[in-house]
Structure formats: C-alpha cells, structure tokens
Design a protein around this ligand. Structure first.
Ligand SMILES: [Fe+2]
Length: 230
C-alpha cells in the first residue's frame, strides 16, 4: 500500500507496510540538517532514486540497519542525523553509471566494475555543495575497507570515518541478504559467515562485534522492507 509523507509542500510516496510514522519522522529529521535552499535538491535526488528503482528498498534497509547499529555508539543527535542522511544518499553517484551497466543482468566485467567503483567519488561531487562535510565524507568513504583495500581513496582502519565504517557494514549485510540479478539472497547464517570472514578485512572488527547481538532486531525491523524479496 502506498503511503504518503507530507513534508512541507512535498508529498513523498513511501511504499512500506509498517512503521510509516517512524519513517516519516526520520525523513523530516534528516531534512532538518539541510540548508533550506538545498533541501529541494535532496528531495529531487530521492525521487530520482525511487523513479529509477521503483522502491526505496536498498536505501531504506541500509538506512535502518545503520540507525540500529549506530545506537551502540556515542553519536550526538546531530551526528546521528548526518549518519542517516549519509546512509540514504550514499549511492547517489550511481546515477553517473551508464544504463547498460546499471541494467545488466549478468555479472559485471572488470572494466564495468571499475566504472561502478567510481560512484562514491561521483556521489561526493554531486552532493558536496548541498550537505555538510561530514555527510559528504560518509558518501565518499562508504566503500573504504578496514584493511585499506577499499575505494576510492584506499583509507585504512580509523582513517575511515566511523560513520562510513558503520554504513559500509550495513550495506554489506543488506547486499548479502538481498537477491541480485546474478545470484539469490544469502540466508541469515550464510550472510553472517561471510561477514565474519571479512572481519579486519573489509569490516571493522569492533563494529562487527557490536553488530552480532543486533542481527535478530535488524531482521525483525526489516521484515516489511522486502528483504529477501527484491
Ligand atoms: Fe555504494
């Protein structure tokens, strides 16, 4: 059932089955971080995401996982909002990816994957004039790996902003639990095993330890966000 969040003069369609009120509040809170003159532009970006994908799916799931995990850290209320906005806008740079790569049903070639890997930098370039430095750095760094082998900068360990390490973990869990054109969704246990193998590699060991006890809550919270069912 399509829900509508009214934000000022905007009507934002939300295709979710529960927690509509929570989501509406989250959106409004996240928008409060923005300079008024720029908030229309962010709304435009989010509408583009929905028009292209038909559903906020991935964006909302990573947003919710990020929020749940971030509660275990000592973020201020403003930092939490920055984190949520970063999670929501992290893949905005994918709009620069050519349609033939975006829509490809098979596995990407190395050259195509190299193109996809540009999206954090392209996202940063798109939003840096509309959000503060903290948010734009989260978008820039959400695919940096703890071992320094991520992209686009190859930052290592604590040189990567904490929020970007949290978003990166949330992004990975969602990706593993979601169906992709070239594979089915991994089960919860399979996803956790894969993530454990990335401890200290792609993932921050400390954040991963914080995540384990939250997996049940994450699964329950995301039950109506079409996880396993993209
Ligand atoms: Fe990404």
């Amino acid at each position: 059932m399509k829900q509508i969040a009214e934000i000022g003069n905007w009507q934002l369609p939300l295709e979710v089955n529960r927690e509509e009120e929570t989501l509406k509040k989250d959106i409004i809170d996240a928008y409060s971080l923005l300079n008024d003159s720029h908030s229309d532009m962010i709304y435009f970006f989010l509408r583009l995401i929905q028009e292209r994908e038909g559903f906020y799916g991935d964006y909302w799931r990573v947003y919710k996982i990020t929020e749940i995990l971030a509660r275990n850290f000592n973020f201020s209320s403003e930092e939490m909002l920055e984190l949520k906005l970063g999670a929501l806008l992290r893949d905005i740079g994918k709009y620069s990816i050519p349609a033939d790569i975006w829509e490809k049903s098979g596995k990407l070639t190395r050259e195509e994957y190299d193109y996809v890997k540009k999206h954090p930098l392209q996202g940063y370039e798109i939003v840096k004039d509309y959000v503060n430095d903290n948010v734009s750095k989260l978008i820039l760094c959400h695919h940096e790996f703890f071992n320094g082998k991520g992209y686009p900068l190859g930052l290592k360990a604590h040189d990567i902003p904490l929020g970007a390490r949290i978003i990166g973990l949330a992004d990975m869990y969602n990706a593993l639990r979601s169906k992709r054109p070239y594979r089915g969704a991994f089960s919860r246990d399979e996803a956790l095993e894969i993530m454990n193998s990335e401890k200290g590699m792609k993932l921050d060991p400390y954040i991963l330890e914080e995540f384990w006890p939250l997996v049940g809550l994450v699964e329950r919270e995301l039950a109506d966000f079409k996880m396993d069912n993209l």
